[in-house]
Ligand binder design. Sequence first.
Ligand SMILES: Cc1cc2nc3c(=O)[nH]c(=O)nc-3n(C[C@H](O)[C@H](O)[C@H](O)COP(=O)(O)OP(=O)(O)OC[C@H]3O[C@@H](n4cnc5c(N)ncnc54)[C@H](O)[C@@H]3O)c2cc1C
Length: 435
Amino acid sequence: MYDAIVIGAGAAGLMAAAEAARAGRSVLLLEKMEKAGRKIRITGKGRCNLTNARPAEEFIDHVRANAYFFNVAFSEFNNRATIRFFERLGVKLDIERGERVFPHSGKAWDIANALTEYCEEHGVEIMYHTRVTEILTLGGRVYGVKYINRRGFERKEECENVIVATGGVSYPSTGSTGDGYTFADAMGHTIEPVRPALTPLRTSHPQREYLNGLLLKNVGAKLYVDNELRQEEFGELGFSERGIEGAVALRMSRDAVDALIDQRRASDLLRVSRAAVDALIDQKRVKLVLDLKPALDADTLRERIRREMADMQPEEFFAELLRKLVPKNLVVPLAKEVDFHSKSYISKLTDTEIERLIKILKGMVFPITDYAPFEYAVVTAGGVSCDEVNRYTMESVKVKGLYFAGEVLDIDADTGGYNLQVAFSTGRLAGQLKK
Ligand SMILES: Cc1cc2nc3c(=O)[nH]c(=O)nc-3n(C[C@H](O)[C@H](O)[C@H](O)COP(=O)(O)OP(=O)(O)OC[C@H]3O[C@@H](n4cnc5c(N)ncnc54)[C@H](O)[C@@H]3O)c2cc1C
């Protein structure tokens, strides 16, 4: 009989299995996909931003749910420990802008492979194409799991310790399909409502179609909910058919999604029709306001526009003036917002229109009406309630021998390497199988 069974060979499961095996325990790691760390391999656009090198106190501020709970696992195995861990495994690391840590090779699979090999070296037995279907319990104790093996047969394996590291429900093609929530729920655990976090935001802006493919490198962004400023960010933001994305939009999506859900819930309680709900949401209650010229204040921007106009011929088009100020995908939308045709002569531009242009450049409003589904969400917010898990051990307070690690828990964090660190820290602690 194994000392521990780990369900899921993602960042948390691999770390948990390795830690248990390192302490001399016999470990079986069950993974339903064909290889380990499918999700790790696509993280950080294929480069894997494995942690963030900020000081510990600042790091914790980036954990958006249950930071207090996570702090124990983090203080046992923090970002410095993660960096040392991978460097000892021979993975050279670089620290980039924003303290984000990446493998020097630029290849995410170096992290997935290093972790998998580390497990194998310590004798972890890994079974791929093996989907756990049930966790077996008796009298408030775990006694094993049922799974479907690679040949499609149901099997049972008895064990007194089971670590659930099945991840959330985002990017389900990587294997994270929420099975852990089903197991936990069946054993009496509360599942906090799951919703996409770090997900592209959808806007009802009438010119959104023109913006697909636009990438703004340095943009100032403010998120408003019911006209109250909720968050302010600076950095990269892009538009695609998935919605408004890029680090800035993703960081804001956590609060924007919650605000949209709250609005829908409130409207449902009031029993207003779906059309009324949509109309309500469309009243720009959640909005993203972009400063397209964050380096220039309004006066400097006015001078710049006047200078550009002085250098142009009177019969040049408004589009050409805009082209000097913004990327080309923004030309038509901006002209429409200013309400001055892009093919009109700049000599016709009035002072009022110039002021309107300045106002829009310094605060273009995008009403946020929806968000992209789990298929495009970097992480899942919600999950197994941390109130029912011992934060010093990661063991369930309801079922003995049952442990949780990683995204399956109700912990999510900002983009920047924080989420993988959550998986590594909680995995490491769970793998110690402390009682
Ligand atoms: C596109 C993308 C980019 C990201 N980039 C970053 C980044 O750069 N930095 C960062 O910090 N975070 C990033 N994240 C988030 C981060 O990858 C996750 O938070 C983290 O990988 C979660 O690890 P986990 O081990 O908890 O879950 P997962 O990685 O989801 O692993 C769960 C594993 O369990 C397996 N499994 C599920 N159910 C069963 C079952 N019934 N039986 C057997 N096996 C099962 C799954 O196949 C999977 O392998 C990114 C996420 C995505 C989607």
